[in-house]
Design a protein around this ligand. Sequence first.
Ligand code: SF4
Length: 341
Amino acid sequence: MTNLKSLTFQGLTDLVKRLKWEDYRVKQIFSWIWQKGISDINLMTNLAKPKREQLQKECYISALKLSDRKYAQDRAEKFLFTLEDNHNIESVFIPESTRKTVCVSTQVGCALDCKICYTGKMGFTRNLKFYEIADQVLQVQLLTGERISNVVFMGMGEPFLNYHECLKAIETINSDFGLNIGARKITVSTSGIIERIYDFADFPLQAKLAISLNAANAELRNELMPINNKYPLKELIKAVKYYVDKKKKRVTFEYVLIKGINDQPKDVKALVKLLMGISCKINLIPFNAYPKSKFLSPSIEEMQEFADKLYPELPAITIRKSRGSEILAACGQLAGKVSNM
Ligand code: SF4
C-alpha cells in the first residue's frame, strides 16, 4: 500500500499519470491531504466514487498519532507524536500575538550530543521522512485550531544531517497546495554542518538560517558542542558569510546562556570579535535545565546584563523567553521522558 502523504507533489503527479487521470487531480489530492488534513480517502468528495475506490485499493493516508499533550501557563503547548514504527517525536506550539509558531523535530533522537540539550542524551535512532516533519505542522494546526504562521526546525535532531528530507518538508510546508506558509516564515537551525550551509544558500526558496552558536571561542564550543571539533568556528563563519552574501539575508545566531559558563566578559569580547561585520541577529535563550544537567539557568537580570554588554557593538539582540519550561519544553525532554519509562 502506498502512503499518499509520503508522496511529494512530483510523486503524486507520477501516480496520477500512471492512473491516467486528469492533471488537475494532483492539486486536488495534495490539498485534501495537506490543507484539509484528511486521512480518509473517502472524504475526497470532488473525486467520483469509482476513483476513490480505485485509490483506496492501493493507497492510504498516514497521520501522526497524538500520544501526549501538555499545556503551559504561557499557552505554549508540547505534543508527543508517535510515528508508524512506534518511535516518538515531539513538537512545540508557541503562540504569540500575531505569530503562531510550530517547532518541529527532524530526527528521532540526535547523534550530536550537545551539552545544552536533552535530545543529545538519547542518541540517534533515525531520520524523519519529509512528510513526518511536515505532518507535525499539519497536526498541530488541526489540534490547536490555529492557523500556523511560522515554522522553526529547532526540535529534536540536526536538520542538516537529514538535509534532503528537510528540503522536501520545506517545499511541502511552503507549497500553495500544501500548508501554504511563506518560505520567509520558515527557519532552519543548525549546529553548523558546513557543507549544508553552502547548499542551503543555493537552495532557491527564501527560508531562513539560524546557527546554534552557544560559544564564541573554540575551546568552550568544543566542549558544549562536540560538532565544533569537526566543523570549527572559522569555517562556520566563512560558510555563514557565503549564505548572507548569496541570499542577502540576515542570519540568526542562537546563544543559549548558561550561568557561569558562557556569560563572562571574555565571552562578550569573543562574540563581538566573531560576529562583528556579519549581517546577523543574536537570540539569547536562557539554558533550560533538564534532568541531571550540570548547568544552571541565568536569571532574567543576568540575561539582560549580558545583552547590555553586547549591545553597543552588536545591537540586533533579542532575549527569548523560555516558553513552557514547566511542560518540559526544552528539546527532547518529553520524548526522553517516555523512552526512559
Ligand atoms: S542541540 Fe540540536 S544538534 Fe545538538 S544534540 Fe540537541 S538536537 Fe542535536
